[in-house]
Design a protein around this ligand. Structure first.
Ligand code: GTR
Length: 368
């Protein structure tokens, strides 16, 4: 690993030291958001012509009567084209509504979020979440942008074709994050869901998208980024595990064209990933690693959270992260910046979800 110096999240481009949350919000936060947009994730189109929600299916007695299942089609229109996001949503029956909700950006097989529960997957343990008093929802990334360099444009980018020609245009990760925001639009219309308590969850490439979506869209109350690694929650300048050159070569469709300039040149980036986490402040962020997932740089993930602490401190929020990474399976939960390093492989498991539920309980003030 090279010696490195992180860009100062609290120093503005005009060299002003940011000391208050007011200056952070007025001066520095917009600058940092633009730097990520320009150099990494691309623009996020803010307007479109129309959005329509249709509940295609509802079963008030799913999961043996424990949950109301809704399958919702979210259709967004622009420039005579439309894109459909298929949302699966379970809402617990035995709690006061509206219910807080976990929303997963599903980047694995669609069977992982099976609405009929023929497949029960650890990746999206809907029964556990319902038992814990939360609603749980998911959409699949392929509805927004197929995860493939030759096909990613056959989704939401058809509604915003100008993005494809722009060096700072939206690409696949941006499209998935944009999709999470359209689901949020739907939640705002559903009286059974508490739109003020939405926790956005993503694993790996989905965790890169959950961070970017939560940075952009302040309606997400909590962001969870599981094993998100390079260009997710891990610092780029450590050059440990997957590097920028590698991610841009294997997945040229994930990030904007400008990002390719940093292949082999992490040190030239005007940002690093602690600044992406900082954009989510004061909202709570939970990042995870797995012991066998060195590709995603566990230590660099912990350090990115750690280096976001100073922005949370502007809001009077004290992180409880220790100075050095905690041991395996020793989650730090009661903190606005939370972390665990799970023993095992690169994956999203029931162990991880149980910690996320504890984290949401803590932040949403739900004792258990
Ligand atoms: C890997 C990629 C990682 C991560 C992972 C995943 O191949 O190098 O950045 O996104 O895929 O999504 O599981």
């Amino acid at each position: 690993m090279p010696a490195y110096t992180l860009p100062d999240v609290l120093k503005s481009s005009a060299n002003k030291t940011i000391k208050t949350k007011k200056d952070w919000e007025k001066i520095r936060r917009p600058e940092v958001l633009t730097l990520f947009e320009e150099n990494i994730y691309g623009q996020v189109p803010k307007s479109f012509e129309e959005i329509k929600f249709s509940v295609l299916n509802e079963d008030k007695n799913s999961m043996n009567g424990k949950a109301n299942r809704k399958e919702v089609s979210i259709e967004v229109f622009n420039k005579n084209k439309s894109v459909k996001i298929n949302l699966v949503l379970f809402i617990p029956n035995n709690v006061l509504k509206p219910a807080p909700v976990f929303l997963l950006i599903n980047n694995r097989g669609k069977e992982n979020t099976d609405p009929r529960r023929g497949v029960i997957s650890e990746f999206w343990p809907a029964e556990l979440v319902i038992e814990s008093g939360y609603a749980i929802a998911a959409f699949h990334v392929s509805d927004l942008a197929p995860d493939n360099k030759d096909e990613f444009m056959n989704g939401v980018l058809q509604l915003f074709p100008e993005q494809l020609n722009a060096d700072n245009g939206m690409r696949a990760i941006g499209a998935w994050g944009w999709g999470a925001s359209r689901v949020m639009d739907y939640f705002e219309s559903d009286p059974q869901v508490d739109k003020k308590r939405v926790a956005l969850v993503g694993h790996s490439r989905g965790g890169k998208a959950s961070l970017w979506a939560a940075a952009q869209d302040q309606r997400f109350a909590i962001c969870i980024t599981n094993c998100s690694g390079s260009t997710g929650a891990a610092l780029a300048r450590r050059q440990f595990g997957e590097r920028i050159n590698r991610i841009n070569t294997s997945f040229p469709h994930w990030f904007n064209t400008n990002y390719k300039k940093y292949n082999g040149h992490e040190e030239l980036l005007p940002v690093d990933q602690h600044m992406l986490i900082s954009l989510i402040a004061p909202r709570p962020v939970y990042a995870t690693s797995a012991s066998e997932d060195l590709w995603a740089d566990p230590k660099g993930t912990f350090l990115a959270l750690k280096n976001a602490e100073e922005v949370y401190a502007l809001y009077g929020l004290n992180s409880k992260l220790p100075d050095a990474p905690p041991g395996l399976n020793m989650p730090i939960i009661e903190s606005p910046l939370a972390y665990h390093n799970r023993e095992g492989k690169h994956d999203l498991t029931v162990y991880d979800w149980k910690q996320f539920i504890r984290f949401a309980d803590y932040n949403f003030g739900r004792g258990r």
